[in-house]
Every structure is written in C-alpha cells, then in structure tokens.
Design a protein around this ligand. Structure first.
Ligand SMILES: Nc1ncnc2c1ncn2[C@@H]1O[C@H](COP(=O)(O)OP(=O)(O)OP(=O)(O)O)[C@@H](O)[C@H]1O
Ligand SMILES: [Mg+2]
Length: 522
C-alpha cells in the first residue's frame, strides 16, 4: 500500500476552471520531487494532501502520519503557530498549572517535554526561548531553518516540504541536503532548486494536462524532457508538412476541376462532342472529385486536430515573460556608503560605492545583515553611524513581498505602483507573467508564491527612472524557466545592482562576479 493514493481527484477554487481534473497518482515511501510552473497548483495539491482543502470529487487515501512545511507561512503568527504546536503547548501549560482536562491530555499525547524541546531549538538558533515569539521578528532564513529542524527531529511516515530552500543560505542548503539524504520516511518535495531535486528517487511534473512521472532525479528528468520535446517537435513538423501537402492537393484538384469545367463548356459551345457523352463525363468527374474532396477534408480535419493537440502539449513547456525597466536615470556614481555600521548583523563598518553598470552580489549567512544593509541604504532603518549617499532613485524588492497589498487585485496593485500606466498595458504585463483575463482580478492573497514574486518584481521595476536595483532574493519561489529569464534580464541591465541570492548557479547566470560578503556577529 502506498503512503498516499490519490484517486481521480478534481478540484477548482470557487467553482472556477478546474485546477485539477481526474488527477491520480501514488506516493511510495521514497523521495519524490514535485515540479511545475509557477501557479500550476503544487501548493494547492499539498493542501489537498494534508486535508486542509477537500477535493470536489475523487478520493485521497492515506497510510501513516504526515507533516508539512508551508511555502508561505502566516507572518502574523508566532513560532508555535509556525510549528503547528500552539494547541498542545497551551494544553501542557494548563496541565502544568493543574487546570488540565482529559481533552488536554489527548492533545498533548504524552509530549511532556514539548516546551523544553522548543526552547532548546530556539536557543540553538540564537533566538530567544519564547514560543510566543512573533514570526515577523525572524528573518526568512531563520523561519525556514527553525521549521525544518523541528520537522526533521520529529520524523513521520510522509514529510511534505513546499519550497524548503527559499531563504536558506549556502550552509543551510547543505544541511538540508544532508537531512534529506538521511531521512528514512517518505518525502514529497516541491522545489525549483536543482541541487535538492538531484537527491530525489523520482520526479512528478504537474501541468495543465495532469501529472507526469519520471523515474529518476533532476538530471534524468531534464534529459527525458529534452527527448520528449525533440520528439514532439518532430511530430509537429511532420503533421504540419502533411497538412501542407493535403492543402496543396486540394488546391490542385480545385484548379483541375475549374479547367475541366472550362473545357466542357468550350466543347458544349463548339458542339464537338455529343451532349449525352458530355453529361456523363461531367457527372463522373463531379462524383470522383466530390469523393476525393470529402476524403481530403476528413484528412485535413484530422491533421488539424493533431496539430492543435501537439501545440497544446508544447504550450505546457511555454515560458512566461518577465520585465526589467528599460529607462535609466543617473550616470556615473550612483551610491556611496561611507563607514556605515549596521544595527544588526555584521559589526565591522562598511565602505563601498557603486557606479553605473556595477553589479555586486551581497552574500553572507542568514543573520549577517544583508536585508538590514538594504534597508539602511533605503533609509528605512537608521545606521548606528556612517553616511549613505544615493544619487539615483533605487528600486527595491524585499524578501516578504511587502510592496504587495494582499487585499486588492493584482491589477489594482500594479496600477497603484505605476500610476499613469494604461489598463490595457497593465493587463498585457500581467498576462505575460501568467495572470490572464479574470485572473488579473484575483486578490493578491490568492496568488501562488511565484506569482506574488513576479508581481512584486513587476511593481518594483515599473517605478520610473531608477538607476539602482536592490533585489533581496528575487529568485525565491521562481520556477526554473522564470529564474533563467530573470538572470538574463539582470545580466543585460545597464544600471547598478545589489543582489542577495544564495543560489550560486543563479548568480553566475546573472553574470555577476563581484561579491560583498557580510559576516554574522555571533
Ligand atoms: N483561494 C483561491 N482562489 C482562486 N484561485 C486561487 C486561490 N488560491 C490559489 N489560487 C490560484 O491557483 C493557482 C495554483 O496556486 P498554487 O499556489 O497551488 O501554485 P504553485 O504551483 O504552488 O505555484 P508556485 O510555484 O508559484 O508556488 C494559482 O494560479 C493561484 O493564483
Ligand atoms: Mg507553491
């Protein structure tokens, strides 16, 4: 019996177009990677698997225990809510105070050391030993590391991880790979991270046509996919060639019929052949060409259907488009940082400058102060001492999409960020990133992680006349195609840039070789 048996499930949000239609697959007790374009439904599928959402039809059968890591944790919550242990912790407290009930005992399920375990973990990560610590006070990396350490120290039969390497630094990523290698239970990993996907025993690819299984790791999947693409292209070329031939034949036969009709007419007028004979010839020719043309119509229709089907299959490999601004402001020196001491992270003061065309990776482990430095540059956090001189308008993308207003639609968000942008242009930009027609009206809170990142990128970079991009982990949440596109855009960006990313392959693809390394103060 597999750990999870998904049988013909169908699901749609608010009776809209189904995201999944008759989807079936099984999860065996090994390491499975789940991949697919941003917005194809990976996180929704996980929510169905853990029972947070219910399928419209079909069944999900589960064997054994489950735990999961969410891609977008609720930042309003506390450390205890992130780990899903708020209720048992409260039960424990009531029991310790002598006010516990039978329900509390059931909730606690003999985990008498729960609070101590949590406090130990928090301390080991250099955080205050307080289960009610607000999540918003932790960096993205700290939140992920905390949740992952908790999950790996409480093994279950099936662990579901939704983009666990977002926000993790190089050391954290290495640690995660080791944990995955050592994990004995079943694992379902949603990720766009090549290194993590290399650790998988099989890859499931989700797209509009369903789920496709590839029995191997990332490299195997890529290789199979390339072969599939080539085969598909060959079939499409073949179909198009045959279609062209049938169309040419139809044209030639129409021309022949017209010629015949002309000759028949001439013969009738000249009286060179008897009327009876001519009528017979005409009937026979019409019958024959009618049959031929019906056959050709049928063939043409079949080929057109096949062409459409193949194009649809190809469309699932279609890329979405991202944009960076094209108008640049500021020339020469764009930023001076003089003897700046950060309020958090690295304690040694920083001095550096950026000129037009100068691109730099800002690196350092989680907690070394990368996001803090960006906020100091923008003036939203004061430095302890030192001076920052900006000679252009910066364009800033933060880690938590704070540019986005979750209550309003993608279209409203974009129009607010870019006043004066005509609605039709805004809709085209949104369609390019995969939010077509009525989907542009979805509230931001309902967008997937990748869709939010693309919208935030679009909004940040639509602000006019910027010369300096400050991008804090813009590659998080992006699918592989979008990552490659963003890297190409960054490498062609003519202005200055400070980029935080923990993905070295992405940084190299952006053509950035210079690094500014911050050191954690611990
Ligand atoms: N409550 C909702 N109502 C309507 N549509 C929704 C809702 N929640 C999510 N969606 C849409 O469903 C689609 C699937 O979202 P999901 O988060 O599952 O994608 P994903 O594959 O995890 O993407 P990513 O790689 O970006 O994380 C998205 O297009 C999203 O906008
Ligand atoms: Mg997702």
């Amino acid at each position: 019996m597999p750990l999870l048996d998904v049988r013909s499930i169908t699901f749609s949000f608010d009776q809209g177009t189904p995201l999944f239609h008759n989807l079936s697959f099984r999860l065996e007790p090994h390491r499975t990677g789940l991949v697919g374009h941003n917005g194809c439904g990976k996180s929704t599928l996980l929510a169905l698997l853990i029972g947070q959402l219910q399928p419209d039809t079909g069944q999900i059968l589960q064997q054994g225990s489950l735990a999961w890591l969410s891609q977008l944790p609720d930042l309003q919550g506390s450390v205890a809510t992130l780990l899903g242990i708020e209720a048992p912790l409260k039960a424990l407290l009531r029991l310790q105070q002598g006010q516990g009930s039978a329900e509390d005992l059931e909730l606690l399920a003999d985990r008498w050391l729960l609070a101590e375990e949590l406090n130990q973990l928090l301390t080991s990560l250099g955080l205050p030993a307080d289960p009610q610590l607000p999540l918003a006070q932790l960096s993205g990396g700290q939140q992920t590391r905390l949740a992952l350490q908790w999950l790996f120290s409480h093994p279950v039969d099936l662990l579901l991880l939704d983009e666990p390497s977002n926000h993790l630094d190089a050391e954290g990523r290495q640690w995660l790979i080791e944990q995955i290698q050592q994990y004995r239970g079943g694992l379902l990993l949603v990720s766009h991270d090549q290194q993590l996907l290399e650790q998988m025993d099989e890859i499931l690819e989700l797209d509009t046509t369903g789920i496709h299984r590839y029995g191997g790791n990332y490299s195997f999947w890529q290789q199979q996919r390339r072969l599939e693409q080539q085969a598909l292209q060959r079939r499409l070329d073949n179909t198009e060639q045959r279609l062209q031939e049938v169309q040419n034949q139809a044209q030639q036969s129409r021309e022949r019929a017209a010629r015949r009709a002309r000759t028949g007419k001439q013969q009738r007028t000249s009286g060179s052949q008897g009327k009876l004979l001519l009528d017979m010839k005409k009937n026979r020719a019409e019958q024959h060409s009618g049959q031929q043309s019906r056959l050709r119509d049928q063939q043409q229709q079949q080929l057109q259907q096949q062409q459409q089907l193949l194009r649809q299959q190809q469309a699932r490999l279609d890329e979405q488009k991202l944009h960076l601004p094209t108008r640049l402001s500021g020339k020469g020196r764009l930023l001076d940082v003089i003897d700046v001491q950060l309020p958090r992270g690295q304690q040694t003061p920083l001095t550096f400058s950026l000129d037009q065309g100068h691109k730099m990776q800002l690196c350092g482990n989680n907690g070394s102060g990368k996001s803090t430095l960006l906020q100091v540059l923008l003036g939203s956090l004061p430095a302890i001492h030192g001076e920052v001189h900006l000679h252009t308008r910066p364009c800033y993308l933060d880690q938590h999409f704070s540019l986005l207003n979750p209550g309003t639609s993608a279209l409203q968000n974009l129009q607010q960020a870019a006043p004066g942008l005509p609605e039709s242009d805004a809709r085209t930009l949104l369609a390019n990133m995969g939010l077509r027609r009525e989907r542009a009206a979805l509230p931001v809170a309902q967008l997937s992680g990748g869709e939010r990142m693309k919208l935030a990128l679009l909004m940040a970079t639509r602000q006019p006349d910027t010369g300096l991009l400050l991008l804090d982990e813009p590659d998080n949440h992006l699918d592989l195609n979008s990552k490659a596109q963003l890297a190409a855009l960054i490498s062609n960006w003519p202005g200055a840039l400070l980029l935080v990313s923990h993905d070295q392959a992405f940084v190299s693809a952006c053509d950035i070789s210079e690094r500014l390394e911050l050191l954690a103060s611990r």
